[in-house]
Design a binder for this molecule. Structure first.
Ligand code: ADP
Ligand code: MP5
Length: 536
């Protein structure tokens, strides 16, 4: 069958809308300015279980940062096992929905899915000719993977005519066969040859989908994107899953959402395909339905909507928090009974710790994704060397007779070294892990500051008054809140595995904080090297 013979001649473009109607007065955008997101319309059927049709399209649009709109061709009672009933409200009502959108909203791209019947197909064709959206993607949905028809047989010809009005058509192998009026291809080269024939006959670029083939790969190919003989193949590993419900809908919707911001179909398809492979991998974990479940459209945003990182982290260290609060060192510091030598040991170790902590803060600044975070961590690195260490030096000079050189050459104890080694190890990972590891030093100190201020009461004449008020300083509390907000921001984009690494780094730093306080009373030293040569 020659499609050229059946393809309608493209009509002349409709004139621009009159002032006061669509496009002329869109809210919030000054004339000529780009809207913040592409406005993309799905014309398709429904899937109440949310895996295919309009519901899948809207999710795929949102996943790609587009503003989604939807016009319903058919209401479909279906689930992950298959289609039960189809109700078609009719072509007149379809046209009313389409006009309601296009009379008001500028449409940047359209994705057409299930058309259902011939009157619907004709109504969509007439609307496309009138409105002429800039990008039209047609997924020629005919039969659901469950085997149920989603398009009347008589409507096949009308869908062929829609192909000629589309810029991109995305058939699977059986749909391609119907569109060219041939037997379904069973090999990839045969399918490509059919796709070339469809492109030649219709003028539409063809995105051929290879999901119905078998083999290690699930290839797709763009045919005719840059010329009649141009074929670009996109390979992806075949995901071993039964949860492929709605993959075709989701792919075509993603391409439609991306296309207005890309210079061609190739870049939009490449990114959509990569995203879909991730969505397929994550589909099973959704646990939606007992049949062929949907893909996870939001697989790339795994932690959005989860508990705020700092809240979860704080809950995880409840045990360490309570232990720090009730430990002998902190109690003695609060009531002023702490021996000067114990506090001196602790402070000298703290100076050694701060020298390394400052290096890890610099590393966080280097890795930070925003200027604000870079500045915060760089400032904190300087502060911990200059300001805090100076306070340590003053106290140690006055009470322990240590000069600057002596403070700067303090050997880190095994406890101090274990803590700073942990921080350095975390800073060999991602920015998110580094910030999570740095956080307890801020947070537990300001927390203990509060506890100390409350417990010590009137600080007049208290031997550690200066230190206690330093821990409780509002500026320090503010810095803690800022560090928390950077950790939360980093966690928002972390994968589940990376978030778990962040939590672990936070937990370990909290444990090291406990041990660090404790060493004020235990004063751990490195063991002497065993004497060699002794007979066993
Ligand atoms: N098991 C799978 N692993 C990876 N990609 C797949 C898998 N099944 C389908 N796909 C991809 O999903 C998209 C839809 O393909 P296909 O199943 O051929 O279309 P439809 O859903 O319209 O029947 C294509 O990009 C295809 O390559
Ligand atoms: C409304 C609607 N549109 C399209 C499909 C095809 O999806 P699949 O082939 O994955 O079943 C569907 N099942 N329902």
């Amino acid at each position: 069958m020659s499609l050229a013979a059946t393809a309608p001649v493209l009509p002349t473009p409709t004139p621009a809308p009159a002032p006061g109607t669509r496009g002329a007065t869109e809210h919030g955008v000054s004339p000529g300015a780009e809207p913040s997101r592409p406005r993309v319309l799905s014309i398709a059927g429904t899937d109440p279980t949310g895996g295919a049709g309009i519901q899948a399209d809207l999710k795929a649009f949102a996943a790609h940062g587009a503003y989604g709109m939807a016009v319903t061709t058919a209401l479909v009672a279906q689930n992950t096992h298959g289609v039960r009933t189809v109700h078609v409200p009719g072509a007149d009502f379809l046209t009313e929905q389409l006009d309601a959108v296009s009379d008001d909203v500028t449409i940047d791209a359209v994705k057409i899915g299930m058309v259902a019947d011939e009157p619907n197909a004709r109504a969509i064709a007439a609307w496309l000719r009138r409105v002429q959206p800039p990008f039209v993607v047609l997924d020629p949905v005919m039969v659901a993977t469950s085997g149920h028809r989603l398009l009347d047989e008589e409507a096949e010809q009308a869908v062929r005519e829609l192909v000629a009005l589309a810029d991109l058509v995305t058939p699977n192998l059986p749909e391609l066969a119907v569109l060219v009026g041939e037997q379904a291809a069973t090999t990839w080269p045969d399918a490509l040859a059919q796709a070339r024939r469809l492109h030649a006959a219709s003028g539409a670029v063809v995105l051929l989908k290879g999901g119905h083939l078998t083999g290690e790969e699930s290839p797709d190919a763009l045919v005719g994107a840059r010329g009649p003989d141009d074929v670009t193949t996109f390979s992806a590993p075949r995901v071993d899953t039964v949860h492929t419900h709605g993959t075709g809908c989701s792919l075509s919707a993603a391409v439609a959402a991306l296309r207005p911001r890309r210079d061609g179909w190739e870049s939009a398809t490449r990114d959509a395909k990569t995203w879909l492979t991730g969505a397929l991998r994550a589909g099973g974990a959704l646990a939606v339905g007992t049949g062929r479940g949907p893909v996870d459209h939001l697989a790339h945003l795994p932690t959005l909507g989860r508990q705020v990182f700092s809240e979860e982290a704080w809950e995880r260290i409840e045990g360490w928090r309570e232990a720090v609060e009730s430990m002998g060192f902190v109690r003695a510091l609060a009531d002023g009974s702490l021996a000067v030598e114990d506090f001196g040991f602790y402070l000298a170790q703290d100076a050694a710790y701060l020298a390394e902590y400052s290096r890890v803060l610099s590393r966080a600044s280097q890795l930070a994704p925003t200027p604000e975070a870079r500045q915060f961590f760089a400032g904190a690195a300087v502060e911990s060397l200059e300001v805090e260490q100076a306070l340590h030096r003053d106290w140690l000079g006055e009470h322990a007779g240590m000069d600057r050189g002596a403070v700067e050459s303090v050997d880190p104890s095994p406890v101090t070294a274990a803590y700073t080694n942990h921080l350095h190890a975390a800073s060999n990972g991602s920015y998110a892990e580094t910030v999570a590891a740095l956080l307890p030093c801020y947070w537990l100190y300001s927390y203990i500051g509060d506890v100390l201020v409350r417990r010590a009461g009137d600080l007049d004449g208290h031997p550690y008054a200066r230190w206690i008020s330093l821990y409780g300083d509002p500026a320090f509390q503010e810095a803690t809140r800022t560090a928390c907000s950077f950790a939360d921001e980093a966690a928002r984009w972390a994968s589940p595995a990376e978030r778990e690494r962040m939590l672990r780094a936070f937990e370990l730093s909290s444990m090291h904080e406990y041990l660090f306080f404790e060493q004020g009373l235990t004063r751990p030293t490195w063991p002497e090297a065993p004497v060699g040569g002794a007979e066993k």
